[in-house]
Design a protein around this ligand. Structure first.
Ligand SMILES: Nc1ncnc2c1ncn2[C@@H]1O[C@H](COP(=O)(O)OP(=O)(O)OP(=O)(O)O)[C@@H](O)[C@H]1O
Length: 338
């Protein structure tokens, strides 16, 4: 299901929570929406999941306008949109299978059908045999699996994940993201991941939109945005990135992404990540690179390297070094204070 948003606006008093958002979210993909607290992510989700109406603008699902649906057709349409949340929102009075059965019960599905559907869903999310487990006995990751199964019960076309892994540890986050990607492929879903974590975007999403103050400041393929971010907000998100996988394997001291007073940020992509570019330029031009932080991470199938460096030498030589780096495909960003 393709989602198209055209100039969406939602205002609360004087506050423009969503201030003219236009986006095209392709069908059959995992699409990320990232933004800091207050950027307008949750408001946007409420609009696109048809829980709230925009003040202005239009929403289309596969070219059918849906923001103005009324009564029964709105209820029908909403049922095809699944949602999962940071705090799982499960009924603690119901066990796992009763939670999953809930949306099927309220849509009047026959009991026998519910039983087999619930079994299929439990198996899909890796909880075979745990249907009778009271919710309080499940771990955070298992609770989110129950929530995913419940969100998929009515065969949605779209699944919204609102900070779905924010309450989970890195390993559990990794397994839930892997599950969501697998389900997306199996069910040809459009999965929209709302997050404030670039790790989630890197590890799960094909494309991403970056939100700030109710507007989209940047959008595109995740590999392109990691290799060449254009907005300050995106650069800031990237500078705080911690390698979830890498951290799990080698300890977070080996991969350091925070900007620590280096004068230049260098961004490498693909083949350039395994070439001794800095030492070549250093020898040729007689400049020195002082590496303050850096690392290489996998974004999809592409390796993206980032380094925070100082370049020493006179101004002409530094300029030449930057030119050489650019010619070799390295993106060089200069800190504003330099
Ligand atoms: N129902 C509401 N009434 C009044 N103001 C609201 C309402 N919903 C959101 N806002 C305001 O709109 C702005 C955007 O909020 P929103 O929750 O969409 O941001 P967010 O990016 O999801 O933030 P967070 O990550 O903290 O949830 C905030 O300033 C918020 O206070």
């Amino acid at each position: 299901m393709q989602i198209k948003l055209h100039n969406l606006k939602r205002t609360y008093g004087d506050l423009h929570a969503v201030n003219g958002i236009s986006l095209e979210i392709p069908s059959n993909t995992v699409y990320g929406i990232i933004g800091k607290s207050g950027a307008g992510k949750s408001t946007l989700v409420r609009l696109v999941s048809l829980l709230e109406r925009p003040d202005e603008g239009e929403i289309f699902f596969d070219d059918v306008r849906v923001d103005n649906l009324q009564k029964q057709s709105l209820i029908q349409r909403r049922r095809r949109v699944g949602m999962i949340f940071q705090n799982f929102n499960l009924f603690s009075s119901r066990n796992a299978e009763q939670n999953i059965a809930y949306p099927l019960e309220i849509t009047g599905t026959p009991k026998s059908e519910i039983k087999s559907r619930v079994e299929t869903l439990l198996s899909l999310v890796g909880l075979d045999g745990r249907g009778k487990a009271p919710i309080s006995t499940l771990s955070g990751g298992q609770k989110q699996r129950v929530a995913i199964a419940r969100a998929l019960a009515c065969n949605p076309d779209i699944l919204f994940c609102d900070e779905a892994t924010s309450a989970l540890d890195p390993q559990t986050t990794h397994s839930i993201l892997a599950l969501l990607k697998e389900i997306q492929r199996k069910m040809s879903l459009t999965v929209v991941m709302i997050t404030h974590q670039m790790e989630v975007v890197r590890d799960a999403c094909d494309q991403v939109a970056v939100l700030n103050d109710g507007v989209v400041v940047e959008q595109g393929f995740v590999t392109d945005i990691f290799a060449n971010p254009s907005s300050e907000v995106t650069k800031d998100f990237l500078s705080h990135l911690v390698g979830v996988d890498e951290a799990a394997k080698v300890g977070d001291k080996m991969v350091q992404w925070s900007k620590k007073s280096g004068a230049y940020t260098l961004r490498f992509r693909g083949g350039t990540t395994d070439q001794p570019i800095l030492s070549k330029i250093s020898r040729q031009l007689g400049v020195d690179f002082n590496i303050r932080a850096g690392g290489v991470q996998k974004v999809g199938d592409t390796e993206i390297g980032t380094m925070i460096v100082d370049i020493s030498g006179d101004e002409t030589t530094r300029k030449k070094a930057i030119e050489s780096l650019s010619q070799m495909g390295v993106i060089v960003e200069e800190e504003e204070s330099v």
